[in-house]
Design a protein around this ligand. Sequence first.
Ligand SMILES: [Mg+2]
Length: 260
Amino acid sequence: MACLALIQTKLKRKEPVLLMLDYDGTLTPIVELPEKAVLAKNIGLALEALASLPTVTLAVVSGRRIESILAVSGLNTEKILFYGLHGGESLVAESIINHTTIAQKANIQSIRTLLEQSLQTIAGVRIEDKRSSVAVHFRKVHSDLVIKSIEARVLSIFYANNDAHQLRLLTGKKVLEILPAQFNKSHAVEKLIQTVPTHYPVYCGDDTTDLDALAVVLSAGGSAIGVVEAGEAFIADTPLSGIVTRQALIEFLIAASNQD
Ligand SMILES: [Mg+2]
């Protein structure tokens, strides 16, 4: 894995590195119930050790709410930076800053009600109210025909109710999410790069929701790393510095955290 070896070299030489990591599918396997995506203890310890290195800035950038990342990961907020809701939430001095407008929140809540009415009869669909966004999960639906029908319903409700084009629709792995238009992981990545401009930026992610962030890191001259499960292809055909398995990434993080 040449792309990981490059980062390993930089860490060994004590060159500053900005390490940005997605959570689900990157640090944990994708599971049917999001609350079951618990971070293995040794990975958590490795991340905290890496974040404690004076030359490393480490951030978790997830589509989850920060509250949810902290609950499933058990990570310590002392050294690690957290961005949730695809960059719409950040953790500053122990408090969560949410960047949704009141109008967007109201719009999302009315869309959520319509989604619940439209989808409640379909078995296996779960509507997650993230307050500043609403996600329709269909990981438990296995029929392509039913999935097409779910997608059609979500799209039609979204387009009929996106007042003033303040919201956008995001497609991830077995999930559709409606969120404020300005929420994008790439904004969190841009902000982090500006905060530590001399650090070598690295982003690791597994889903379509990571593509903009990966592109930003690539154009900033850093490492854009796609994460896959063994034997799988990356979610999109897009320019990357490299593709690694989740297992290889985890082994790298653990090894990098005990290098001295
Ligand atoms: Mg992911």
